[in-house]
Write a protein that binds this ligand. Sequence first.
Ligand SMILES: [Zn+2]
Length: 391
Amino acid sequence: MTASLITNIGELTTNVATPADRCGTVHDAAVLIADGLISWVGSSSDAPAADAVVDAGGRAVIPGFVDSHSHIVFGGDRAAEFEARMAGEKYAAGGIRSTVAATRQASDDELRARVRGFIDEMLAQGTTTVEIKSGYGLDVETEQRLVRLAAEVTEEVTFLGAHVVPAEYAGRADEYVELVVGAMMDACAPHATWIDVFCETGAFSVAQSRRVLEAGIARGLKPRMHAGQLGPGQGVQLAIELGAASVDHGTFLTDDDVAALGASDTVLTLLPGVEFSTRQPYPDARRLIDAGVTVAIACDTNPGSSFTSSMPFCIAVAVRDMGMTPAEAVWAATAGGAAALQRSDIGVIAPGRRADLVLLDAPTRVHLAYRPGVPLVRQVWKDGVSVWRKG
Ligand SMILES: [Zn+2]
């Protein structure tokens, strides 16, 4: 067994909560890694011997980011749509269809190269776990290609055949839903862990969303949902009723939604890049946290509404514009993301957990929000292996 020690950590964020500190902060800390797992955490002065030692030089270490919401298997891009939107055009869910056309035309190798590029980009920004959704195929063959390609790079694959109604089913949404829960589900469920639906005006109704999620649950998939992005609706209540791991977006929530989330185990995943990139109003994270809701932050990397893959950027926006403290935002991007994926082995730096860690080029985690846009990730370990290091 080879053991590696990271020592002289100025500020270690463990996320082992205490009543006064949800981030479980330890100063002058060290972490021992063995066999891909964390085997010891404590003070630098008490650190055990190791085969290899990394001196953190007084810098901060945090858990690897857990990005619980992405759509990174797609063809083409929509820079022109973004440019038009910034010139005053309104965002609507239908823009997804142009990506669907480009994705159907792309080969497996083209899509695979793209996904691997995004994974590398994410690792360099400290993301060690990413969930990936299908949803740009919207036919049986292409949706299956997308979940299969996603499963090559992550354990967290989501079948999102019910992303939007494809052009060839315009005006026949119920027929399309029957395809999703029938042949498409048969083709995709073996490659996926999660079932998701875009429950929104312009996408799928509450009744259609229930049909999709219940069919997925019957096939052994676990539910999650897109809701409350463009306006309020009954999606949040349905997600809670069905025991969804997470409701994502939540820009528009009623007081009843917030109270129900606070009383449930369902996580509310905020996607700051979406509001930033669509000039939508920001959700009020303060209201959610004060109501006892478990909040996660994710990038929602996609070519239409949020083409950032940077968790540090999303943390900075959540602090600046959603009312989160830096500590809450870093927790939401690590332990919160793990909760949104119902994972207990990641998002926390404690013995027995996976050794997914990020060494920052900064003395504290606060710098992630304090220095927006600055590449502060110095070194990244995934499963105990150093997978990225600043050159
Ligand atoms: Zn999404």
